[in-house]
Design a protein around this ligand. Structure first.
Ligand SMILES: NC(=O)c1ccc[n+]([C@@H]2O[C@H](COP(=O)([O-])OP(=O)(O)OC[C@H]3O[C@@H](n4cnc5c(N)ncnc54)[C@H](OP(=O)(O)O)[C@@H]3O)[C@@H](O)[C@H]2O)c1
Length: 277
């Protein structure tokens, strides 16, 4: 029997992947590996096996991965990349010991074009997976479209001006929903993607003018981009250290449809004040 295990299964992406997988597979073929099983009762109630899996506790990992055909390692959210790397190494070692059939990893798109701890973490994890000798698939995701939320959208909505520093800002970002659907498609048919690296980005980039247009569409008020060298926002320094401009068709091919529009992707986290009565 096929058994697909997902780490970080109680998180945002993990839950969305499970929701997608349930459209294609019976629940008894899915195993949710979580740090707090008591918080995953809703998954257990759907017939999904819930196993304890803490990246910091190797003793939990081998038991969690026992008898697994396909294991999806969702990268740790720990803010310290050296700790994340250690956590990932624990998972990879346990997967090897448990003779997992296929290890899939949520890496970062076009990581080799970047230069910062985040991309080094993902590249190092990919190397560790390949060195472990297990069949693998690298699911290299673009930035989540949540990145738009770092651009002070509430100020833009209030003033009608989306202020950004000079630069050729372009984004290959993805929504978690699209990413989850694409990853679920790979998990359900993983042999086809054995030892491949997939670049799960938008097929075309969006620019700040597109973000302003999406904000205009959501709010009903005109919002324009204003270039302002005085903008002091850490996120633009970070963005210069990663490749957010390269694109691939891999995501769209896996979805068999175009990805969500920018407007739909940002709708959940853009707070529009109700009109004054
Ligand atoms: N590409 C991007 O722009 C981007 C942006 C944000 C994050 N990410 C990466 O994508 C991953 C998935 O995103 P997400 O939105 O699903 O994040 P999320 O909602 O924070 O989920 C992360 C999951 O990891 C679990 N976790 C944390 N520490 C753990 C540990 N020591 N052992 C086992 N599980 C642990 C959490 O469990 P608890 O509920 O117990 O804490 C949670 O279920 C993140 O973890 C991060 O690495 C990428």
């Amino acid at each position: 029997m096929m058994s697909i295990a997902i780490t970080g299964a109680g998180g945002n992406l993990g839950r969305l992947i499970i929701k997608q997988l349930l459209k294609a597979l019976p629940p008894h073929e899915i195993i949710a590996c979580v740090r707090h099983p008591e918080a995953a009762q809703d998954l257990a109630d759907q017939g999904i096996a819930v196993r304890l899996c803490d990246y910091d506790r190797s003793d939990t990992l081998q038991a969690a991965f026992s008898g697994i055909s396909r294991l999806l390692l969702i990268s740790s959210p720990h803010p310290d990349d050296s700790i994340r790397l250690r956590q990932h190494a624990h998972v990879i070692e346990a997967a090897k010991q448990a003779s997992v059939g296929h290890l899939l990893y949520t890496s970062f798109a076009f990581a080799e074009n970047g230069a910062c701890p985040l991309v080094h973490l993902h590249l190092a994890t990919e190397h560790a997976i390949m060195a472990a000798g297990l069949p693998y698939t690298m699911l290299r995701s673009g930035l989540y479209t949540d990145i738009a939320g770092a651009f002070d959208l509430s100020a833009a909505l209030a003033s009608g001006e989306l202020r950004v520093p000079p630069g050729d800002w372009r984004f290959n970002s993805v929504s978690r929903r699209d990413l989850a659907a694409a990853i679920a498609a790979v998990l359900a048919d993983a042999d086809r993607y054995r030892n491949q690296r997939l670049e799960l980005t938008a097929p075309q980039t969006w620019r700040m003018a597109d973000l302003a247009a999406a904000l205009t569409g959501l709010s009903g008020n005109p919002i324009t981009v204003v270039t302002d060298a005085a903008v002091n926002n850490w996120v633009f320094g970070f963005l210069q250290l990663i490749d957010t401009a390269s694109t691939s068709d891999d995501l769209e091919r896996l979805l068999s449809r175009p990805p969500e529009t920018l407007l739909e992707s940002i709708r959940p986290f853009v707070r529009i004040n109700p009109p004054l009565l």
